[in-house]
Design a protein around this ligand. Structure first.
Ligand SMILES: Nc1nc2c(c(=O)[nH]1)N[C@H]1C(S)=C(S)[C@@H](COP(=O)(O)OP(=O)(O)OC[C@H]3O[C@@H](n4cnc5c(N)ncnc54)[C@H](O)[C@@H]3O)O[C@H]1N2
Ligand code: MOO
Length: 407
């Protein structure tokens, strides 16, 4: 079977994926990072009254048109405690930022522009125009106004305005649930003592972190032996838990102990595709068990992660009503790169900024897909498309950012 190009595989997967339409209500304190599922209207008007933007004196603009006018201070208005009377001719009310502007006043004279006298008066040293330093009622938003649209990611700004609009709870889309099943007789948990032929299961945690960062929930179904009935039992647990995506780690290739695909097919999985023209990550398998998406990620940890960035992260974005992540950028390669074969290559690499302030990239000299240390020390993956010609040092090449550069 010919290997499927990466872009084609992505298109097949993304086109077949519908966003989750289930909506839940969460307390605003818990809503950070979630995706709003309904239009959010203001339940009140903000500011609810004409409010002072400065500390000073609320006066009638015509009374301060001339410099040096004496005005009698008749009371005060502070935030939370307005002045109930009216400002008449020749009068002023001491006012503070955020306080209601009293009846009759049309301008706030800054306290820096007012000179206090000993007998409870002020004298203006400036002649502000009417309306100065007054925030009119409803300047921010009005009762009934739709301020946030569905699909808004509830970041700091969105949470702030949602709270100000008097929403204690917010409707959000349910987060996609990803069940993670690590397969392999050789695996033990971090902290356990591996036997002579065993290694630590590490990619569960890398995938789990990626899922959470992409707005999903993780159900860690643990380590499963290379036995069809064990794999099927874990898959059944994932289905019972209502997983949207089942991710299997390892056992995706062609060896005698690579049982993931056959085990799932026995359970009715429809195979969408298997084996992609990419390096690392070739054995990636994608299928569906009814409405549940199955991603069979290859076991080599770097292959697992490259497939996760290319397939799992965008899949989570679509399910979760989030914009597709765009990790692509350009950088100059520090070294010459060989011509590529038919598989799209993802080279682990380090970014830096040169003295000419352009971004440059240097691939690690070792690129084996089992090397976790190298991957952990990489900022990006240099993308070498199929049959890319050799690149000279200094040529611009596409990179997939693994983290946002700090520069
Ligand atoms: N004859 C062939 N052999 C292989 C092919 C092939 O096309 N023909 N493909 C190779 C490629 S490419 C990859 S990638 C690997 C992936 O194979 P599997 O998905 O079947 O992975 P495993 O054999 O189960 O494991 C590979 C490697 O990764 C370690 N591993 C597995 N799970 C974890 C985990 N959760 N955490 C850390 N490490 C894990 C496992 O111990 C193995 O060392 O197949 C090639 N073979
Ligand atoms: O994905 Mo495999 O890691 O190409 O060796």
């Amino acid at each position: 079977m010919a290997l499927l190009p990466v872009a084609e595989a992505q298109q097949l997967l993304f086109a077949a994926t519908k966003p989750i339409d289930h909506i839940e209500t969460v307390a605003i304190a818990e809503a950070g990072g979630r995706v709003l599922a309904a239009p959010l209207m203001a339940r009140l008007t903000q500011p609810p009254f004409d409010a002072s933007a400065m500390d000073g004196y609320a006066v009638r603009a015509e009374d301060v048109a001339e410099l040096g006018t004496r005005l009698r201070v008749i009371g005060q208005s502070s935030a939370g405690h307005g002045y109930s009377g009216t400002v008449g001719p020749g009068e002023a009310v001491r006012i503070f930022t955020g306080a209601p502007v009293p009846e009759g006043a049309t301008v706030v004279l800054l306290q820096e522009d007012a000179e206090k006298t000993d007998d409870g008066h002020i004298v203006n040293r400036f002649a502000p125009a009417a309306g100065r330093h007054i925030r009119p009622r409803g300047q921010d938003f009005r009762d009934g106004e739709t301020v946030l649209e569905p699909g808004t990611i509830l970041d700091a700004g969105a949470l702030m305005v949602a709270a100000a609009m008097n929403h204690a709870e917010l409707p959000v889309y349910r987060r996609p649930l990803v069940a993670v099943i690590a397969t392999g007789d050789e695996l033990v948990r971090p902290g356990d003592m591996p036997g002579p032929d065993q290694i630590i299961a590490s990619s569960t945690y890398a995938v789990g972190h990626l899922v959470r960062a992409a707005g999903g929930d993780v159900l860690d179904l643990g380590l499963v032996a290379d036995k069809a009935d064990h794999i099927q039992a874990a898959v059944n647990r994932a289905l019972d838990a209502g997983a949207d995506i089942i991710v299997t780690l390892g056992g995706a290739s062609v060896g005698d102990h690579d049982l993931v695909q056959s085990s799932l097919k026995h359970m009715g999985m429809v195979l969408d595709f298997w084996r992609i023209a990419m390096r690392p990550g070739k054995p990636l398998m994608v299928g569906a068990l009814g409405p549940v998406r199955v991603l069979g990620l290859p076991g080599n940890p770097v292959s697992t992660m490259v497939c996760s960035y290319l397939f799992l992260e965008p899949l989570l974005a679509i399910l979760g009503h989030r914009p597709l992540p765009n990790r692509m950028a350009m950088a100059r390669t520090d070294v010459a790169l060989a011509a590529n074969d038919h598989r799209q290559d993802y080279l682990r690499a380090v970014l830096s900024t040169g003295s000419d302030l352009t971004r440059s990239v240097r691939p690690h000299s070792q690129q084996d897909s089992s090397q976790m240390k190298i991957f952990a020390r990489s900022d990006c993956l240099i993308v070498r498309p199929p049959h890319a010609p050799a690149a000279a040092a200094g040529d611009e090449v596409p990179v997939l950012l693994l983290r946002q550069p700090a520069f």
